[in-house]
Design a protein. Sequence first.
Length: 380
Amino acid sequence: MSLTFHWFLPTNGDSRHVVGGGHGTPSTASGRDRPPTVAYLSQIARAAEDLGFVGALTPTGAWCEDAWLTTAMVSQQSERLKFLVAFRPGSVSPTLAAQMATTFQRQSGGRLLLNVVTGGESHEQRAYGDFLDKDARYRRTDEFLRIVRELWAGGTVDLAGEHLRVQGARLARLPDPVPEIYFGGSSPVAGEVAARHADVYLTWGEPPAQVAEKVAWIRRSAAKEGRAPRFGIRLHVITRDTSAQAWAEADRLLAGFDPQTVRSVQAGLARSESEGQRRMLALHGGGREGLEIHPNLWAGIGLVRGGAGTALVGSHDEVAERIREYHALGIDEFVLSGYPHLEEAYWFGEGVLPRLAGQGLWHHPHATRAEHPAQVPFAS
């Protein structure tokens, strides 16, 4: 089975420095270095699809541009790249969401994937008119996905749930193909929803031992539902020809973290209700020392950014080895990013992917061996 790699569209802006934001914290000033215009995001998308990334994640929240609208526009400037659209079930009705997904599939040629984000920050949810607490949001997500999946299967849905109610809901057209559901969450209630609905369970980049525990947990829970989801991981990457060059880049990024910005971001993230965010914060404790928490796994990004806060840092061979390590735990999909996203896509695509291809772990999804040199086994 070939590993699947996705990239990231920085709809909160891009820079040669880390752009902070997420989980209730605003995007940092560096996001203005390269504004998230359709032209720039399309440049990243075209590079990603040429290099062999299957899809690209777009975030959701007040700190970034709307994912649905942005990806709909960028899809018209690209050919094959799929769009892993993050969205919050509480912001749109399930019938409308099912219809939107159907339209996206038809107009893009079937290039939609859905990252369902329940929302870990009550204060941010309230800004959007959502006043449910965290556990109730997960129960609503469960009802939402039940409705959406039945609509996509061609059914007529009547449901009077705890949080959602639809009557005679039906789609005039069905999506082709049905979008896969990507879902993450580290709390017990999140695991229950993931077990019932996730096609791909996503975890943030924790050390391998912790990732192994999550994979085993979701596998057990999903097996009780008669399901067997795939597993993915969300990481940043800093990969160079040598380890010294990669760590020098990590040090450069770290040197650019303003102490006041770090304190402000950490204070904002400390009030997060997200169990996953709590686990991210525990990896670095807000300090600048001891940030390599596992060989080639660096927690520095999380000092100024909510959500995914770790990066694979090292030579192309070292990063490929860490990917093999995660794959051995059951991870088949990797959702990656790096600053700036255009240049880092090339560093990874031209440096790491050829090594994985040479080991039989990856093949370019769109090109023949003759068309794309990244499929040729790498001779080290």
